[in-house]
Write a protein that binds this ligand. Structure first.
Ligand code: NCD
Length: 315
């Protein structure tokens, strides 16, 4: 594996192996000395052309814990915001000796274009492209679900997940649907019809408009952020209506089965898709998702770069 652009780049065995590697690396992160020498001398460039808090610092922490050098390249202060082409960006990154480029971009497909560029020798990791995919988020979500719900199984066979809210604009939902299916979980989408993409009936998911009916039967309720910045039209009448039908509040929390968990990729709109008391409740694993994100991103870098160096060594 050279790049991580989409969950469809992964076989089931590769996905499980990333989760297993992350489990091992999480043990290191729990110890007193958090750093491993594995990627010493390697350079990882974080190229973020769209806002991010969690994903950017999580990749940075992951790279540093593996002793790589990290260069942060944010679009606002770079020529990417002046419209520099991806080709020129690729040439620049290559000239800096990047071994991996972690890219977040507002345009769906930008990471693929960078990876396809003949000037790009580094591994490209998609950290979220437009409304397309966010594979590292899906992997950290699967890691979190496996930890809480899989009872020691390597995959997610038989686990039931509801993904709720703004599916239309969500790259997190797209990557999660692919990965959850690959790992044997079943997925129900709960959303207003206006926030479901065209062609959804061909996806391997059940669809419901009735949140209360779905809640009792699932192991995981994964809430999605209402992505107002990507909305040019009116997709629902008002915030109150949205919360009433599709928000996770404390009454709905009571309908959840005893061992089920609440997830959200962040950033949350507290009071819109999720009530503050639910986000902070004992069932919520939202903060844990963030710390798991570091271990999973360490595993991704490890598999892409340490794997690559072994192969290079064999030549
Ligand atoms: C998500 C994203 O940027 O796609 N956030 C994240 O990476 N933690 C989800 C979102 O913005 O709603």
């Amino acid at each position: 594996m050279r790049h991580l652009l989409s969950i469809s780049d992964l076989s089931k065995a590769e996905a499980v192996s990333i989760l297993d590697t992350a489990t091992e690396l999480a043990r290191v992160s729990d110890g007193a000395v958090k750093k491993l020498p594995t990627l010493r001398g390697r350079t990882i460039v974080n190229l973020f052309a769209e806002d991010s808090t969690r994903t950017r610092i999580s990749f940075e922490a992951a790279a540093k814990r593996l002793s790589a050098d990290v260069i942060n390249f944010s679009a606002k202060g770079s020529s990417v915001s002046k419209g520099e082409s991806l080709k020129d960006t690729a040439l620049t990154l290559q000239a800096m000796g990047a071994d991996a480029v972690v890219i977040r971009h507002g345009a769906s497909g930008a990471p693929q274009r960078l990876a396809d560029s003949e000037w790009m020798l580094a591994s490209v990791i998609n950290a979220g492209d437009g409304t397309h995919e966010h594979p590292s988020q899906a992997l950290l979500d699967a890691f979190t679900i496996r930890k809480h719900c899989a009872k020691g199984a390597p995959d997610l066979a038989g686990i039931r997940v509801a993904i709720v809210g703004d599916v239309l604009h969500s790259r997190v939902a797209r990557s999660n649907i692919l990965l959850l299916n690959l790992l044997g979980a079943s997925v129900s989408l709960v959303a207003p019809p206006t926030l479901l993409p065209v062609g959804i009936e061909k996806w391997p998911v059940d669809i419901s408009y009735d949140f209360d009916a779905v809640i009792p039967s699932v192991d995981v309720v994964m809430m999605l952020r209402v992505q107002q910045e990507r909305m040019s039209n009116l997709f629902f009448p008002n915030a109150r209506e949205y919360s009433r039908y599709f928000g996770l509040n404390s009454d709905r929390l009571k309908l959840m089965s005893p061992h089920s968990i609440v997830m959200h990729p962040g950033p949350m709109n507290r009071g819109l898709e999720i009530a503050a008391e639910v986000a902070d409740s004992a069932r919520s694993v939202i903060v844990e998702q963030v710390s798991n994100g570091v271990s999973v991103r360490m595993a991704i870098l490890y598999v892409l770069l340490a794997g690559q160096s072994l192969e290079a060594g064999e030549k």
